[in-house]
Structures are given as structure tokens and as C-alpha cells.
Design a protein around this ligand. Structure first.
Ligand SMILES: CC(C)(COP(=O)(O)OP(=O)(O)OC[C@H]1O[C@@H](n2cnc3c(N)ncnc32)[C@H](O)[C@@H]1OP(=O)(O)O)[C@@H](O)C(=O)NCCC(=O)NCCS
Length: 176
């Protein structure tokens, strides 16, 4: 399995993979494949942080996307990243691929100078990669979610220290 930056020629396969990965997922609006398409055209898009996992036959079996977000409070605004979505082809799930995509994404994000990542997801999955509840950092969302599903990681020491605020998503997420 190779993890590499997504290229234009991968877009169709990523579209199909994302739709398939989320098809039977309960906590999903089943629009994630459209979200990926919108985010690629967004100012929040970072080409180096749209990664695919390719098998030995050149078939795309996993994808992860991190886009730019802001943490905003009354006086300041801080840059962070949203991890969304991450997709693994059903027959390749539970073999560690999601974890590899997340770790490689973190490595590249750190190299690019990003200090943190924020996500909404399964509270049993992401803590193994170092994610904690966003409430531990004084970070909240512009909508109601169960507290345990909002998570963040500091990619460098104190990456979220004194960066309290509300997450502001790019408009392509369709929030507010
Ligand atoms: C979630 C996902 C990206 C994880 O990738 P993966 O390669 O299957 O996961 P890994 O092999 O790295 O890790 C496996 C672990 O993830 C857990 N996991 C996988 N899907 C899960 C889910 N829907 N809910 C809770 N835990 C889940 C497994 O139970 C397993 O846990 P264990 O190690 O304690 O047994 C993948 O299953 C997927 O594409 N799911 C459908 C789309 C989705 O839900 N995306 C994430 C939205 S937050």
C-alpha cells in the first residue's frame, strides 16, 4: 500500500470510494463524496493534505482530507485544520489503513507548519492517535454535538494553548 498526494486522475475513484465507505454509516448524511468535491475548489483546500492510499494494482482504497479552519474568539482568530472526511474501502477496513492515513496526514501537516487538527468523529477511534475532547482546550462548535465526539490534537507541544474559541468552517461545509 502506498500513501501519496491525491492527483486529478484520482478524483473519480475518490468520489466512488467516499460514497461507498459512508454508505452504511449511520452517523452520516451520505453527502461526504460531494463535500470532497466542493472542498477541492475551496480556499481552504491544501493539495498536500488530500492523500490517497493506493494498492499494488494502482486502485485507490483509502482517502483522507484535511482543510483549513479557524478557531475564533472575541479578540483573535487562530488557524487549524479539520480532518474530514476519512474513507477506507469497506473490504480494506479494520486493517490499519485509516490509522496510516491519519498518521501520515499529521506528519505532513506538521511539516507544513500546522499546529493542530480538529474533527468530529467516533470517540472510541481517534484517541489512539492522540485526540482529546475539544472541550479540554476550550474549543467548541457552531452547532450542538455530543461532547465526546468533538476532538482535537496538538501536532506540536502547546499547539492549542490559549487558543480558545469556536470553530469556523469554510463555507463549503454548509454550516451557518
Ligand atoms: C473509520 C475508518 C476510516 C477507519 O479506518 P480503518 O482502516 O477501518 O481503521 P483502522 O484499521 O485504522 O482501525 C480499526 C479500528 O477502528 C474502529 N472503527 C472502524 N470503524 C468504526 C466505526 N464506524 N465506529 C467505531 N469504530 C470504528 C474499529 O472498531 C477498530 O477498532 P479496534 O482496533 O479497537 O478493534 C473506516 O472504517 C471507514 O472508512 N469507515 C466508514 C467511513 C467513516 O465512518 N469515516 C469516519 C467518520 S468519523
Amino acid at each position: 500500500m502506498t500513501i501519496r498526494q491525491e492527483e486529478k486522475k484520482d478524483y473519480q475513484q475518490v468520489f466512488e470510494l467516499t460514497e461507498e465507505a459512508f454508505r452504511d454509516t449511520e452517523q452520516s448524511d451520505h453527502q461526504e463524496h460531494f463535500l470532497v468535491e466542493k472542498l477541492r475548489k475551496s480556499e481552504a483546500f491544501i493539495p498536500e493534505l488530500s492523500l490517497v492510499a493506493e494498492d499494488e494494482n494502482g486502485k485507490i482504497v483509502g482517502h483522507i482530507l484535511f482543510t483549513k479552519i479557524q478557531i475564533v474568539n472575541d479578540s483573535e482568530s487562530f488557524e487549524s485544520l479539520a480532518l474530514a472526511p476519512v474513507s477506507v474501502k469497506p473490504e480494506f477496513q479494520n486493517q490499519g489503513l485509516g490509522g496510516q492515513l491519519i498518521r501520515e496526514g499529521h506528519r505532513i501537516a506538521k511539516e507544513l507548519g500546522y499546529q493542530s487538527v480538529i474533527l468530529i468523529g467516533y470517540e472510541k477511534y481517534y484517541p489512539r492517535f492522540g485526540y482529546e475532547k475539544t472541550s479540554n482546550f476550550g474549543i467548541s462548535f457552531p452547532f450542538e454535538i455530543p461532547e465526546e465526539n468533538g476532538m482535537a490534537i496538538e501536532l506540536i507541544k502547546d499547539g492549542l494553548k490559549d487558543k480558545k474559541g469556536v470553530v469556523k468552517y469554510p463555507k463549503e461545509f454548509g454550516i451557518d
